[in-house]
Design a protein around this ligand. Sequence first.
Ligand code: AMP
Ligand code: TRP
Length: 328
Amino acid sequence: MPRIFSGIQPSGELHIGNYLGAIKNWVALQSQYESIFCVVDYHAITLTYAPAALRRRTREMAVSLLATGIDPAHCTLFVQSRVPEHTELQWIFNTITPLGELERQVAFKEKSARQEQVMAGILNYPVLQAADILLYLADLVPVGEDQVQHLELSRVVARNWNARFAPEGQPYFPEPQAKLTPTRRIVGLDGNAKMSKSLGNTIGLLEPPDDIWAKLRPAVTDPARVKKTDPGNPDQCPVIFELHKAFSPPATVAEVDAKCRGAGWGCVDCKKVLFEHMNAELTPIRTRAQALAEQPRLVDDALDAGAEKARVIARQTMTHVKEQMGLA
Ligand code: AMP
Ligand code: TRP
């Protein structure tokens, strides 16, 4: 069975961009592939943070993932820092990753532009990501579109290591490929290209319905539709129409298209229908998250067991890597 690996930073609450772009896919894939999912806390410390908040968010992220349907009976779920082999392999990979490849990463350029002083961890972030994936010899990585360049780098790392340390014609590390969802990039409520916590344009996965409606109601729509009687174009409404495609059944999506073009519905009518369908999907997730938050032992046990399972594979990989490199 091919193996998949993916990670998410515990840098804030899970939002519907993460959910539609990645996590929903994880839930679907966990029964088809050998699946390993990781809350990547070492990645989250590359930007300034408060230790107590990190501890809380790591836990909350695990709770949210379990609430969406990530099932430890069908996959391995763990916290990155509990498996020290990730950072051990990262050091090794640092020695075979060209600096130029790291400097041209768009995520690095964007993050470092916002910093007064740029720390080496921001630059080396994708090397740790390559270590995460390759430690488990994963073939596929379910992520949103913004991670495609990081995965290219993982392939460079795999190729470089294989070229130097694996016998000719017998590559050890597979070159991992991205596995994107149909909703590979969710636009922010403000119309910004990416829904992102740092832009403040998100809907939290566990937000109460009233708060979700308060955010949906003023969200941007087709700017050409000033009055309710103006015909609209759903393709000019990337926020609401895309969310309909993600949350509403196909018949509703077709109705939205027709009612928008024919000015049958106003934008608020259209948003109300979306809100109903969102609630139908999100209410059970919220309910499960509440139940899990009241059972901290259950979450701890799941994460402990996940880290144990992950370490078995991680140790095997490190033993082989060190042997090939003259380190053992
Ligand atoms: P992050 O919160 O940056 O750790 O992202 C976690 C996962 O969600 C990654 O697979 C991202 O590619 C994905 N993701 C984040 N924001 C979006 C978005 N606006 N649309 C689609 N996927 C996203
Ligand atoms: N960089 C990813 C993000 O911001 C998180 C991540 C870390 C990851 N390690 C990974 C994703 C390994 C996939 C595989 O979303």
